[in-house]
Design a protein around this ligand. Sequence first.
Ligand code: FES
Length: 232
Amino acid sequence: MARFEKHVFVCQNERKPDDPRGCCLAKGSAGILDRLKGELHKRGLHRRIRINKAGCLDQCALGVSIVVYPEAVWYGRVTLADVDEIIEKHLVGGTPVERLRTDLVRRLLFVCVQNSGRSQMAEAFARLHGGARVEAYSAGSRPSGVVNPRTIEVMREVGCDLGRAVSKPLSAVPDLEYDVAVTMGCGDECPRVRARRREDWALPDPKDLPPEEFRKVRDEIERRVKELLAGL
Ligand code: FES
């Protein structure tokens, strides 16, 4: 039985064109699979490295998705133009192509004024949608000390339990360089945090808004968090 040094799984999942999740097949994964196979044959590597078709690898927004074992390196947004680099640098040279990796954990920080509403919701959505590839934190420039019960209630409606969440200052989150720091409404009062990228989301503080307006802010935060995650 052939024993391969590496197995490369390339997502070939197909979904209907109107499915909002999209799919790797629509992004050209069949061509990438063929190119990988062809190049490995040409280089005489096909007996050492096995290219496999895979179903959905569960990072659809980042497709075309590829995972390489035994090292468990995950790649996303792979295009035909990346195939040669993956072969030469990683499959032959043993060094993963860092710019395509999706398995490296990204650290996100969300800051609002009280850390009782907006930033708590953003942190919860980042954990919910980011899964294992994201570490999410939140803090307030002037924390209230309690998470708004209305925040807890509207988040429960979408399956997030914030019952144990704590409103806290920036000094309570890890002192590290975040991949992205998002501020919401704290403006100049927001102390500087170390971050590779900064975003300011101009969202109203929902605490005194009627229920439907509160939910609109929640839904907008979720939309922005998803957009942020897709771009990491
Ligand atoms: S469709 Fe390819 S990762 Fe989900």
